[in-house]
Design a protein around this ligand. Structure first.
Ligand code: SF4
Length: 282
Protein backbone atom coordinates (compact mmCIF):
# COMPACT_ATOMS: atom_id res chain seq x y z
CA UNK A 1 0.00 0.00 0.00
CA UNK A 2 1.41 3.43 -0.99
CA UNK A 3 1.51 6.41 1.30
CA UNK A 4 1.18 10.13 0.63
CA UNK A 5 2.24 12.93 2.94
CA UNK A 6 -0.90 15.03 3.11
CA UNK A 7 -0.62 18.71 3.98
CA UNK A 8 -4.35 19.36 3.69
CA UNK A 9 -7.46 17.49 2.57
CA UNK A 10 -10.64 19.54 2.36
CA UNK A 11 -13.81 20.21 0.42
CA UNK A 12 -14.40 23.62 -1.12
CA UNK A 13 -15.16 25.45 -4.35
CA UNK A 14 -12.39 25.64 -6.92
CA UNK A 15 -11.50 29.32 -7.01
CA UNK A 16 -9.12 29.41 -9.96
CA UNK A 17 -8.80 28.48 -13.61
CA UNK A 18 -10.89 26.21 -15.78
CA UNK A 19 -12.98 24.72 -12.97
CA UNK A 20 -13.67 27.98 -11.13
CA UNK A 21 -16.90 27.52 -9.14
CA UNK A 22 -16.91 23.72 -9.25
CA UNK A 23 -17.30 21.90 -5.90
CA UNK A 24 -14.01 20.13 -5.37
CA UNK A 25 -12.02 17.97 -3.01
CA UNK A 26 -8.53 19.40 -2.55
CA UNK A 27 -5.73 17.02 -1.74
CA UNK A 28 -2.65 19.07 -0.93
CA UNK A 29 0.55 17.05 -0.89
CA UNK A 30 3.62 18.00 1.09
CA UNK A 31 6.83 19.14 -0.61
CA UNK A 32 7.84 21.57 -3.34
CA UNK A 33 10.95 22.14 -5.45
CA UNK A 34 10.45 25.94 -5.17
CA UNK A 35 9.89 28.54 -2.43
CA UNK A 36 8.50 31.45 -4.48
CA UNK A 37 9.67 34.00 -1.92
CA UNK A 38 9.45 36.82 -4.47
CA UNK A 39 5.64 37.03 -4.62
CA UNK A 40 4.36 40.39 -3.41
CA UNK A 41 7.89 41.76 -2.96
CA UNK A 42 9.74 44.50 -4.84
CA UNK A 43 11.64 42.90 -7.71
CA UNK A 44 14.87 41.30 -6.53
CA UNK A 45 13.80 41.07 -2.90
CA UNK A 46 12.65 37.92 -1.15
CA UNK A 47 10.02 37.52 1.53
CA UNK A 48 10.98 36.21 4.95
CA UNK A 49 7.34 35.62 5.98
CA UNK A 50 7.53 31.82 5.91
CA UNK A 51 10.79 31.76 7.86
CA UNK A 52 9.39 34.29 10.34
CA UNK A 53 6.44 31.98 11.02
CA UNK A 54 8.92 29.11 11.35
CA UNK A 55 10.75 31.19 13.98
CA UNK A 56 7.55 31.53 16.00
CA UNK A 57 6.90 27.81 15.51
CA UNK A 58 10.32 27.00 17.01
CA UNK A 59 9.24 28.67 20.26
CA UNK A 60 5.54 27.84 20.28
CA UNK A 61 4.92 24.88 17.94
CA UNK A 62 1.73 25.17 15.91
CA UNK A 63 -0.53 22.17 16.38
CA UNK A 64 -2.83 22.52 13.37
CA UNK A 65 -2.98 24.31 10.04
CA UNK A 66 -5.80 26.47 11.33
CA UNK A 67 -3.42 27.97 13.90
CA UNK A 68 -0.95 29.13 11.25
CA UNK A 69 -1.01 32.77 10.16
CA UNK A 70 -1.70 33.69 6.55
CA UNK A 71 1.18 35.52 4.88
CA UNK A 72 0.94 38.48 2.53
CA UNK A 73 4.24 37.87 0.69
CA UNK A 74 5.94 34.76 -0.65
CA UNK A 75 4.16 31.44 -1.16
CA UNK A 76 0.69 31.47 0.43
CA UNK A 77 0.83 27.70 1.02
CA UNK A 78 4.25 27.76 2.70
CA UNK A 79 3.29 25.14 5.27
CA UNK A 80 2.96 22.57 2.48
CA UNK A 81 6.71 22.59 1.82
CA UNK A 82 8.56 24.38 4.63
CA UNK A 83 10.44 21.69 6.57
CA UNK A 84 9.57 23.31 9.90
CA UNK A 85 5.88 22.52 9.34
CA UNK A 86 6.15 18.96 8.13
CA UNK A 87 4.88 17.74 11.53
CA UNK A 88 1.46 19.11 10.46
CA UNK A 89 1.32 16.82 7.40
CA UNK A 90 0.67 13.17 8.25
CA UNK A 91 1.89 10.37 6.01
CA UNK A 92 -1.30 8.46 5.18
CA UNK A 93 -1.94 5.21 3.36
CA UNK A 94 -3.92 5.72 0.17
CA UNK A 95 -6.77 3.66 1.68
CA UNK A 96 -7.07 6.15 4.52
CA UNK A 97 -6.98 9.05 2.06
CA UNK A 98 -9.82 7.54 0.00
CA UNK A 99 -11.89 6.95 3.17
CA UNK A 100 -11.33 10.50 4.33
CA UNK A 101 -12.34 11.87 0.92
CA UNK A 102 -15.63 9.97 1.07
CA UNK A 103 -16.24 11.37 4.57
CA UNK A 104 -15.92 14.97 3.40
CA UNK A 105 -17.99 14.64 0.22
CA UNK A 106 -21.48 16.07 0.85
CA UNK A 107 -23.31 12.86 -0.20
CA UNK A 108 -20.69 10.38 0.97
CA UNK A 109 -19.86 9.49 -2.62
CA UNK A 110 -18.57 11.12 -5.80
CA UNK A 111 -21.33 12.80 -7.83
CA UNK A 112 -20.44 16.00 -9.71
CA UNK A 113 -17.43 16.90 -7.63
CA UNK A 114 -13.96 17.28 -9.02
CA UNK A 115 -10.66 16.25 -7.42
CA UNK A 116 -7.83 18.78 -7.25
CA UNK A 117 -4.41 17.35 -6.47
CA UNK A 118 -2.34 20.33 -5.43
CA UNK A 119 0.64 21.23 -3.33
CA UNK A 120 3.34 22.12 -2.78
CA UNK A 121 4.26 20.49 -6.03
CA UNK A 122 2.04 17.40 -6.46
CA UNK A 123 4.07 15.85 -9.29
CA UNK A 124 7.17 15.19 -7.22
CA UNK A 125 7.60 11.63 -5.93
CA UNK A 126 3.90 11.16 -5.13
CA UNK A 127 3.27 10.20 -8.76
CA UNK A 128 4.03 6.63 -7.72
CA UNK A 129 1.23 6.65 -5.12
CA UNK A 130 -1.64 8.17 -7.13
CA UNK A 131 -2.57 4.99 -9.04
CA UNK A 132 -3.21 3.21 -5.72
CA UNK A 133 -5.43 6.06 -4.63
CA UNK A 134 -7.32 6.35 -7.91
CA UNK A 135 -7.80 2.58 -8.15
CA UNK A 136 -9.46 2.49 -4.74
CA UNK A 137 -13.10 1.30 -5.10
CA UNK A 138 -14.34 4.47 -3.41
CA UNK A 139 -12.78 6.56 -6.19
CA UNK A 140 -14.54 4.66 -8.96
CA UNK A 141 -17.13 7.35 -9.72
CA UNK A 142 -14.62 10.17 -9.86
CA UNK A 143 -14.52 11.53 -13.43
CA UNK A 144 -12.50 14.75 -13.29
CA UNK A 145 -9.07 15.49 -11.83
CA UNK A 146 -6.90 18.56 -11.95
CA UNK A 147 -3.23 18.54 -11.06
CA UNK A 148 -2.21 22.02 -9.93
CA UNK A 149 1.46 22.02 -10.76
CA UNK A 150 4.30 24.47 -11.34
CA UNK A 151 5.01 22.69 -14.62
CA UNK A 152 8.58 21.61 -13.96
CA UNK A 153 8.12 17.92 -13.18
CA UNK A 154 8.13 15.31 -15.92
CA UNK A 155 5.62 12.52 -15.66
CA UNK A 156 7.22 9.16 -15.00
CA UNK A 157 6.59 6.73 -17.90
CA UNK A 158 4.53 4.51 -15.55
CA UNK A 159 2.32 7.35 -14.34
CA UNK A 160 1.91 8.74 -17.85
CA UNK A 161 0.67 5.35 -19.06
CA UNK A 162 -1.63 5.07 -16.08
CA UNK A 163 -3.19 8.49 -16.72
CA UNK A 164 -3.62 7.79 -20.42
CA UNK A 165 -5.59 4.64 -19.51
CA UNK A 166 -7.59 6.47 -16.82
CA UNK A 167 -8.50 9.12 -19.38
CA UNK A 168 -9.69 6.66 -22.01
CA UNK A 169 -12.96 5.82 -20.31
CA UNK A 170 -14.73 9.16 -20.57
CA UNK A 171 -12.83 10.82 -17.76
CA UNK A 172 -11.08 14.15 -17.82
CA UNK A 173 -7.58 15.06 -16.65
CA UNK A 174 -6.45 18.68 -16.46
CA UNK A 175 -3.05 20.14 -15.70
CA UNK A 176 -3.39 23.63 -14.31
CA UNK A 177 0.16 24.88 -14.77
CA UNK A 178 1.11 27.87 -12.69
CA UNK A 179 4.43 28.57 -14.37
CA UNK A 180 6.57 30.79 -12.19
CA UNK A 181 7.69 34.12 -13.65
CA UNK A 182 10.65 36.07 -12.23
CA UNK A 183 8.27 37.87 -9.78
CA UNK A 184 8.12 34.55 -7.92
CA UNK A 185 11.83 34.79 -7.12
CA UNK A 186 12.55 31.54 -8.98
CA UNK A 187 14.99 31.42 -11.91
CA UNK A 188 13.66 31.42 -15.47
CA UNK A 189 15.78 28.42 -16.42
CA UNK A 190 14.31 26.26 -13.68
CA UNK A 191 10.76 27.56 -13.82
CA UNK A 192 9.94 27.81 -17.53
CA UNK A 193 10.20 24.29 -18.91
CA UNK A 194 8.01 24.13 -22.03
CA UNK A 195 8.81 20.54 -22.99
CA UNK A 196 7.43 19.29 -19.67
CA UNK A 197 4.14 21.12 -20.15
CA UNK A 198 3.84 19.97 -23.77
CA UNK A 199 4.09 16.41 -22.49
CA UNK A 200 1.13 16.99 -20.16
CA UNK A 201 -0.93 17.73 -23.28
CA UNK A 202 -0.33 14.14 -24.40
CA UNK A 203 -2.28 13.00 -21.34
CA UNK A 204 -5.02 15.58 -20.84
CA UNK A 205 -5.92 19.24 -21.10
CA UNK A 206 -3.19 21.62 -19.97
CA UNK A 207 -3.41 25.35 -19.49
CA UNK A 208 -1.01 27.99 -18.23
CA UNK A 209 -1.84 30.38 -15.42
CA UNK A 210 0.47 33.33 -14.81
CA UNK A 211 0.38 35.32 -11.57
CA UNK A 212 0.54 39.00 -12.45
CA UNK A 213 1.09 42.12 -10.34
CA UNK A 214 2.77 44.60 -12.70
CA UNK A 215 3.29 45.47 -16.36
CA UNK A 216 6.76 43.94 -16.04
CA UNK A 217 5.19 40.65 -14.95
CA UNK A 218 3.00 40.75 -18.03
CA UNK A 219 6.04 41.43 -20.24
CA UNK A 220 7.68 38.36 -18.66
CA UNK A 221 4.49 36.35 -19.25
CA UNK A 222 4.56 37.30 -22.94
CA UNK A 223 8.15 35.99 -23.24
CA UNK A 224 7.15 32.79 -21.47
CA UNK A 225 4.06 32.36 -23.67
CA UNK A 226 6.27 32.71 -26.76
CA UNK A 227 8.60 30.02 -25.41
CA UNK A 228 5.72 27.61 -24.67
CA UNK A 229 4.07 28.26 -28.02
CA UNK A 230 7.29 27.73 -29.95
CA UNK A 231 7.69 24.37 -28.18
CA UNK A 232 4.22 23.41 -29.47
CA UNK A 233 2.03 24.18 -26.46
CA UNK A 234 -1.55 24.67 -27.68
CA UNK A 235 -3.54 25.22 -24.47
CA UNK A 236 -5.28 28.27 -23.06
CA UNK A 237 -3.48 31.03 -21.17
CA UNK A 238 -4.87 32.62 -17.99
CA UNK A 239 -3.73 35.72 -16.15
CA UNK A 240 -4.40 35.67 -12.41
CA UNK A 241 -3.88 38.51 -9.91
CA UNK A 242 -1.24 38.16 -7.23
CA UNK A 243 -2.73 38.16 -3.73
CA UNK A 244 -3.16 35.42 -1.18
CA UNK A 245 -4.72 37.96 1.19
CA UNK A 246 -7.64 40.22 0.36
CA UNK A 247 -5.78 43.54 0.72
CA UNK A 248 -3.22 42.54 -1.93
CA UNK A 249 -5.72 40.74 -4.20
CA UNK A 250 -8.08 43.76 -4.20
CA UNK A 251 -5.30 46.01 -5.46
CA UNK A 252 -4.70 43.81 -8.48
CA UNK A 253 -7.74 41.87 -9.62
CA UNK A 254 -9.44 44.48 -11.78
CA UNK A 255 -6.21 45.60 -13.47
CA UNK A 256 -5.31 42.01 -14.31
CA UNK A 257 -8.81 41.38 -15.69
CA UNK A 258 -8.45 44.47 -17.90
CA UNK A 259 -5.00 43.33 -19.04
CA UNK A 260 -6.39 39.90 -19.94
CA UNK A 261 -9.20 41.53 -21.95
CA UNK A 262 -6.77 43.84 -23.75
CA UNK A 263 -4.64 40.93 -24.91
CA UNK A 264 -7.40 38.42 -25.60
CA UNK A 265 -6.29 36.11 -22.79
CA UNK A 266 -8.38 34.42 -20.10
CA UNK A 267 -8.75 35.88 -16.62
CA UNK A 268 -8.63 33.64 -13.60
CA UNK A 269 -9.96 34.95 -10.35
CA UNK A 270 -8.97 33.64 -6.92
CA UNK A 271 -12.48 33.16 -5.60
CA UNK A 272 -11.19 31.66 -2.38
CA UNK A 273 -9.83 35.07 -1.38
CA UNK A 274 -13.02 37.19 -1.48
CA UNK A 275 -15.24 34.23 -0.50
CA UNK A 276 -13.21 32.64 2.26
CA UNK A 277 -10.31 35.05 2.93
CA UNK A 278 -8.03 32.27 1.66
CA UNK A 279 -8.14 30.61 5.07
CA UNK A 280 -6.55 27.19 5.43
CA UNK A 281 -8.96 24.53 4.27
CA UNK A 282 -10.61 26.69 1.63
S1 SF4 B 1 5.50 26.35 -6.67
FE1 SF4 B 1 3.55 26.79 -5.64
S2 SF4 B 1 3.63 25.65 -3.67
FE2 SF4 B 1 5.72 25.71 -4.52
S3 SF4 B 1 6.61 27.46 -3.47
FE3 SF4 B 1 5.80 28.18 -5.45
S4 SF4 B 1 3.72 28.93 -5.01
FE4 SF4 B 1 4.39 27.69 -3.27
Amino acid sequence: MSKIKIAELFYSIQGEGRYMGVPSVFLRTFGCNFRCAGFGMPRGELSTDADDVAGVNAMYPFKTYQDLPLVSTGCDSYASWHPDFKHLSPMLETDAVAERIIEILPHGEWRNEHLVITGGEPLLGWQRAYPDLLNHPKMENLTEITFETNGTQKLTPEFKNYLQDWNKVGREITFSVSAKLPCSGESWEEAIVPEVVCEYEQVGTAYLKFVIATEQDFADAECAIAAYRSAGFGGHIYLMPVGGVESVYALNNKNVALLAMKHGLRYSDRLQVPLFKNEWGT
